[in-house]
Write a protein that binds this ligand. Structure first.
Ligand SMILES: Cc1cc2nc3c(=O)[nH]c(=O)nc-3n(C[C@H](O)[C@H](O)[C@H](O)COP(=O)(O)OP(=O)(O)OC[C@H]3O[C@@H](n4cnc5c(N)ncnc54)[C@H](O)[C@@H]3O)c2cc1C
Length: 377
């Protein structure tokens, strides 16, 4: 059975199974990478990243099968993505700096470090790596092999099903010691041996000590997160919604409010076939369950659709740093020309959390109980 189903019904069935069988012991087992099919972790990241399923939906299912107290660690992990996304909103130049400094560094076919070579193949074959292996892989990439963290982040960007600009860039920076200054993450062979249950032991092959003296530059100021105004269409007549990889279930908010709308899904080709097929298949599932939705692949197809459907009010998923699709002058100018009022819709989940994500995760997580109280789970 595939690790990453592309039908929502199957995803929910797997999630229920996971919350019943694995979640009660998640906090004690989550750090072990026992290899595919990675039963001890949820493998939800490709779906949460695109909101094919939302955080609220996941937590509702998790809580219906478990006591809230026993799944605190899982809830905390769910909030890591929210935190990284919010943090990048207040430090947007970090993403530009990464894009400007990244350069391709080809990897040798085999490095001779068994675990590293295995994880590289696992990532290419499945589009996924366990969190602990991402940390070990990134650390070996940077400190043992001497490649730049940016080229490693690029390698992940091209091959992960769940690529997320915030979690990936900041995950790599964290390993490199740039997020928590002068605290790089060093992969240790003993730790790898222990948490892979003896599958790998690269003793003597890793750089386990470094003379680290990195001085972080220009990272001391923070932009306050400016929440966009809440949606204020005078009416919802001729409403259109465009779904894309930033949010594939935004329409449900309006469906639940019993507001009628037209909807299209925007998708572009991904260079990696595995990722491209996964993206196409989850879109097909959305289309199958919503027969009136159309797929669009470029701006012109969208403008044609807007005109054909006589859309006057348009909702687009909010675009966080690194996720720009429509928040560009050319697109917005055309909407104005077509006399279409538009709104980049920020979900309350993010609206409530992002303002707390300016410092470290430890400070951020103190807000989790209040944030949970604000959602309907
Ligand atoms: C170098 C590096 C790069 C990474 N790149 C990405 C990326 O591009 N996209 C991505 O989604 N995650 C990334 N992560 C975070 C993390 O590894 C994955 O989210 C996690 O492994 C997904 O597996 P899971 O769904 O089985 O996790 P579970 O343990 O089941 O966690 C549940 C959910 O919590 C969230 N989560 C858990 N850990 C993290 C974390 N450290 N950061 C952010 N969210 C988290 C995810 O949404 C995940 O689906 C990266 C981590 C590192 C160290």
């Amino acid at each position: 059975m595939t690790m990453f189903p592309t039908k929502k019904s199957q995803l929910i069935e797997n999630l229920i199974n996971f919350t019943v069988k694995e979640l009660p012991r998640y906090s004690e087992k989550r750090n072990y990478d026992l290899g595919p099919p990675h039963k001890n972790v949820s493998k939800l990241s490709p779906y949460l990243r695109t909101r094919f399923i939302t955080e609220e939906e996941v937590l509702k299912i998790a809580v219906s099968n478990n006591n809230l107290k026993t799944i605190e660690k899982f809830i905390e992990e769910i909030f890591w993505r929210t935190y990284w996304k919010g943090w990048l909103e207040s430090h947007p130049w970090i993403y530009d700096e990464y894009l400007n400094t990244s350069q391709h560094q080809p990897l040798p076919k085999k490095t001779g470090i068994k675990c590293f070579d295995y994880w590289k193949e696992e990532l290419l074959d499945t589009g996924y790596l366990h969190n602990h292996s991402r940390m070990w892989f990134a650390s070996i990439w940077i400190f043992t092999l001497g490649y730049s963290w940016q080229s490693g982040a690029d390698f992940f960007r091209k091959n992960l099903l769940d690529f997320c600009p915030a979690s990936n860039t900041l995950g790599w920076r964290w390993v490199a010691g740039l997020q928590t200054i002068n605290k790089p993450y060093l992969a240790m062979s003993e730790n790898i041996n222990y948490f892979t249950n003896g599958r790998f032991n690269p003793a003597g092959q890793l750089k386990e000590k470094i003379n680290y003296n990195y001085i972080e530059h220009n990272n001391s100021y923070v932009l306050p997160f400016v929440k966009p105004d809440k949606i204020e269409f005078k009416n919802f007549d001729n409403l259109g919604i465009i779904l894309n990889r930033n949010d594939l279930s935004l329409n449900y908010i309006f469906k639940n409010m019993e507001i009628t709308y037209e909807c299209c899904v925007y998708s572009t080709k991904h260079e990696n076939k595995l990722v491209n097929d996964f993206n196409n298949n989850i879109l097909q599932d959305i289309i199958k369950n919503n027969k009136s939705f159309e797929i669009t692949e470029n701006y012109n197809q969208i403008f044609d659709w807007l005109t054909k459907k006589k859309i006057k009010n348009l909702i687009l998923p909010y675009e966080t740093v690194g996720n720009k699709i429509f928040n560009v002058k050319k697109f917005k100018d055309k909407l104005k020309q077509l006399n279409i009022q538009y709104n980049f819709f920020l979900r309350d989940w993010d609206r409530n959390a992002f303002p707390h994500a300016t410092k470290g995760f430890f400070k951020f997580k103190k807000n989790i109980p209040d944030l949970i109280n604000l959602v309907d789970i």
